[in-house]
Design a protein around this ligand. Structure first.
Ligand code: ATP
Length: 366
């Protein structure tokens, strides 16, 4: 028995705009029914990748297949346009027409596909119910809030049962409270429809909250690829560690590598141990970055009986209600620490940091 092809398969996909390489030969595949996020800073190539999947851009090289059908392969002269791809697209700007009411917006993809009008009414109704806009069919975009407009765009993208739903920063025009509400709404919609979704965002918390899988992009390439816990807890690049969850990255040199783990030295002379699987590739004497999350660093009362400690000076502490965020100077480096809100140490005071071995990763800058 042959298994079903992935919903999306991308091979060596490349797109250039003049001198700029927006997408630099990336490959990935997306299983049926999953929620995959393209994450990264502005200009890294996320939107271009999404537009290439949709058929809104033509690639310069590589291949895109949807459900096993090749839809773009410039070397073979294949290009299937957007209207023949069965993809629903939701844009950041909603892309609603001011003169068209809610019903007509959602009906539009069915009408261009010549669906009989009796079916149109029923399918529009159920798509609007799915996004909880059942009672608003006669309203125009100017009579809807931003969140409601985005729901119309979602209903329009889902109404014709697309095989793939592509979402480009759909929440970024909403205020913070509405963004959180719509994020939950998107998660619910995905659970209910199980439609294969690819989501573009620069917001790491959205990516962590919504995705089965995160592809982190940098300069047109994919630099991290994994489920949210892998990308957050086991980043393979310093860039990934910094972008997702803003990890501390401290320069150190490798002193020893053994079966039990690796030993590294900070510029201050403090010695730290890490587990064997913390180190990807490095040799004794190599420079590495020690990666540790602010919530994994502890303030110790004393060095006695502890290993993996480093001496520091509290440079600044900020009270944030639930906790304090500390900036601790260790030699010429700064370590961010999430500490108890009642920590009694004043700015300028000495602190001992405990950096537990199992919370450290050692990465070689790429
Ligand atoms: P943002 O979050 O700001 O939209 P992004 O990660 O989605 O960023 P892209 O929009 O894919 O990035 O852009 C990738 C690169 O390609 C950028 O350098 C951008 O300036 C360039 N680019 C994108 N579209 C075009 C275009 N139509 N013409 C010229 N250059 C473009």
């Amino acid at each position: 028995m042959t298994s079903a092809p992935p919903a999306i398969e991308v091979r060596s996909l490349t797109k250039r705009f003049g001198e700029t390489t927006a997408v630099a030969g990336i490959s990935f595949s997306v299983p049926e029914g999953s929620f995959t996020t393209l994450l990264g800073p502005s200009g890294c190539g996320k939107t271009t990748t999404l537009r290439l999947l949709a058929g809104l851009e033509r690639p310069d090289g590589g291949e895109v297949s949807l459900g096993g059908r090749v839809v773009a392969a410039p070397a073979r002269g294949v290009f299937v346009p957007v209207e023949q791809r069965k993809v629903g697209v939701v844009f950041q700007s909603y892309a609603l027409w001011p003169h068209m009411n809610v019903f007509d917006h959602v009906a539009y993809p069915l009408r261009v596909r010549h669906v009989p009008s009796a079916q149109v009414a029923q399918r529009v109704r159920s798509a609007l119910e799915m996004v909880q806009l059942g009672g608003h069919t006669k309203r125009y975009p100017s009579e809807l809030s931003g969140g409601q407009q985005q729901r119309v765009a979602l209903a329009r993208a889902l109404v014709f049962d697309p095989s793939v739903l592509l979402l480009d920063e759909p929440l970024s025009n909403l205020d913070a409270a509405l963004r959180t509400e719509m994020r939950a709404e998107l998660a619910r919609l995905h659970r209910e429809t199980q439609v294969t979704s690819v989501y573009v965002t620069h917001d790491q918390s959205e990516a962590l909250a919504l995705s089965d899988r995160i592809l982190l992009m940098r300069s047109g390439e994919i630099v991290e690829d994994g489920c949210p816990t892998d990308v957050y807890e086991r980043p393979t690049t310093v860039y990934g560690a910094r972008f997702v969850g803003a990890a501390n990255c401290l320069a150190a040199s490798v002193v020893e590598i053994g079966p039990a783990g690796a030993t590294v030295r900070l510029g201050t002379g403090d010695i730290l141990h890490a587990r064997a699987d913390a180190l990807s590739t490095a040799e004794v004497g190599a420079s590495v970055s020690i990666v540790i999350r602010p919530e994994d660093v502890a303030i110790a009362e004393t060095r006695d009986g502890l290993t993996n400690v480093a001496a520091g000076i509290l440079r600044r502490s900020t009270y944030l209600g639930s906790h304090k965020e500390l900036l601790v100077g260790v030699g010429d480096q700064l370590v961010r620490v999430r500490a108890a809100k009642n920590l009694p140490i004043a700015d300028g005071g000495s602190v001992t940091l405990h950096l537990p071995a199992d919370a450290l990763r050692l990465l070689v800058e790429k």
